[in-house]
Design a protein around this ligand. Structure first.
Ligand SMILES: CC(C)(COP(=O)(O)OP(=O)(O)OC[C@H]1O[C@@H](n2cnc3c(N)ncnc32)[C@H](O)[C@@H]1OP(=O)(O)O)[C@@H](O)C(=O)NCCC(=O)NCCS
Length: 185
């Protein structure tokens, strides 16, 4: 059985990082990240209008966890757990097929230090072992080479290229879909 319902939010640790639940005091950092055009360059989603929208977003993450719909972690350094530097999580859980989509973003000050790699490795293990996912999906903008490279590095394979299947800001954009199968199944 696929389980996304945990009695307590699953805090995860890696060598350098803590992956913890979002709290309302992360709102300003999350807002800054989601309105930063360097971070959002290949994330084709409307930017949040204000802090209130972000606070609602955080509540939705936390409610989603309680309902078993998604699982979104704040990435922070172990020695400074209150300072959010990025996020990673599962969403669009497809229960029938034991498949969930992973997404991640990191503040540019921390890029190319292996941080998302470290967080991704831990969350993939959690997805396969604790959530019992059968496969993990990632959906990237075809121009997002950094994200493509990180996925390939973690064993994802390209499963599809959809032509102009996504409408954003007046344009139909292509999507590239990557997938990773649970090696224990
Ligand atoms: C993509 C992103 C998450 C990478 O995070 P990161 O912590 O800098 O990545 P890592 O340092 O763990 O890099 C791991 C590997 O990914 C690849 N990679 C990361 N950034 C890259 C870049 N700018 N160009 C090419 N490859 C890159 C490399 O293979 C790298 O391994 P290497 O450093 O040994 O060469 C980060 O650039 C980001 O937040 N971008 C904006 C948000 C975003 O696009 N999210 C993904 C949406 S699908």
């Amino acid at each position: 059985m696929l389980s996304l319902n945990f009695s307590k939010f699953p805090i995860l640790y890696t060598e350098r990082l803590i992956l913890r639940e979002h709290v309302l005091s992360d709102a300003e950092t999350l807002y800054a990240m989601r309105t930063n055009e360097t971070v959002m360059k290949y994330i084709d989603r409307e930017r949040p209008k204000d802090l209130l929208e972000i606070k609602t977003f955080i509540t939705t993450f936390n409610d989603g966890f309680e309902n078993g719909d998604n699982l979104a972690w704040v990435i922070a350094a172990k020695e400074k757990p209150e300072k959010m530097i990025g996020s990673i999580g599962y969403w669009r859980t497809d229960y029938a097929n034991h498949r969930a989509e992973i997404g991640y973003m990191l503040h540019p000050d921390y890029w190319r230090k292996g941080i998302i790699s470290e967080a991704l490795k831990r969350t993939i293990d959690f997805g396969f072992i604790d959530m019992n996912l059968h496969s993990i999906k990632a959906n990237i903008n075809v121009e997002n080479n950094a994200s493509r490279q990180i996925l390939l590095k973690h064993g994802f394979v390209k499963e599809a290229h959809f032509k102009q299947d996504y409408y954003f800001r007046g344009q139909f954009l292509d999507s590239e879909i990557y997938g990773l199968l649970n090696p224990n199944h």
